[in-house]
Write a protein of this length. Sequence first.
Length: 388
Amino acid sequence: MFQLFNFSELNSRVLRFAKYLETFSIDCAVLTSNQDIFYFTGSVQKGTLVIKKEGECVYFVRKNLLRAQVESPQCVKSWDSDGIAAMIKGIWSLPLDVTTVSEYLFYKKKFALEKDPADCSLPLSLTKMIKSDSELELMKKAGIMNQSVMEHAKKVFRQGDRDIDIQAEIEKFAKKELGHQGLFWVRDANMEASMGLVVTGDSALAPTYTDFPIGGIGLSPAVAQGASGEVIKNSFVIDFVGCQYGYCADSTRTFFIGEPAEKIKKTYEELNEFLYNVKQLLVPGKTGEEIYAFALKELEKYSWKANFMGNEQKVKFIGHGIGTEVNQLPVVAEKQKIPLENNMVIALEPKVFLPGYGIIGIENTFVIKDGTPFSITGECDKIQEFII
C-alpha cells in the first residue's frame, strides 16, 4: 500500500470539478464508482465520496478504512450517515451514466432527499479531459507497455498458432513482465473488456454488441468479442490497452504472415497515410466534429472507403479520449463541439474490414502538448516492421 498521488495533485482535480459543478448549478456530487473515487482520492476502497461546489471533499469509507487512509491524502472518514447528510445540501447530483437505480433510491431514501438528483456525469467527463503532468507520465508508461507487447507478439508467433494463443501469450507477458494491472475501466454499463483483443481472418469481421470498432466472434456467446480460436493464416490484429497505476494507453497493430499481397500492402500504407493526415488536426482549437468531417473527406481518396470502420455495422467515430477510463472525452465524431486543448489525450483508430481477408487496423494514442500531437504508443507506418 502506498500513495500514488499527493494532496496537491488530487485537490487540483477536485477544484476543477467544483468549478464545473458551479457552472452547471449543482451544489454537490455524490460519487460511488471505483473509477471516480480513484480519480479524486487515489484509492478504490468501497465508500461514498462527496464533493461540494466550494471545493470541500470527504471520502466516507465502508471497507477498508485503514487502507483508504494509507492510500489517499484526502480527508478520509469512516462511513457516517450524519456526516454525509450534512454535506448533501441544495441541488445534489449523481453521475447517472454509471449509477444504478438501486444506488439512486438508496441515497434518496437514506437521506430523505425530496428532489431527484441532477446529473454530474458531464462535469465529471469535462474534468477528466485535461491531464496533469503526473497523469501524462503514467500514460507514457502505459504507452511503452503497449510497444513492448507488440514486439513480444512478433517473437512468440509460430505457424499454426490460433488467435487465442497469441492473446494468452501477450496477456501473460504484460502481467508477468510488464506489470499490467489486468483490469481497466470502461465507462458504460454492460461493457466488458479484456486487456487486448486478438482477431484474425473472417472471424474478425463479425460485428457484436460492444462500442469498439473490432467485435470478433469470441470463444462463446457469453463472451461475444475477440479471439475465436481460429488458426492464423494471412494476418492477425492486436488491439491492446496498456494499463498501469490506473492509467491507460490504446494501440492497434496488424501483423502479416509473410509478404502481403500488393492490394493488402497498399491498403496498409494508405491507412497510415490517412492516420497521419488526420493526426495533424489534433491541435488546440479544433473540434471532434471538424476533425471527423475532414476524415470523411479524406476517405474519398481510397478504394476501401466502403469498408472503413465496419461493414454492415459501422462505428460512428474514429477517435476517443482516454485516461483512467478507456472511453473518455473528447470524441472524434459528429456533433462533438468541444475544442481541443493542450494536455488532452486521444486515441485515433482507423480500421478497414475486408471480406474474405480480415481486418487491417492501426491505432495510436496521442498527447497534445505545446500545440502538437505526439504518439506515446510508437509508430506503425513501416509495414516491414510488422511482417513476421
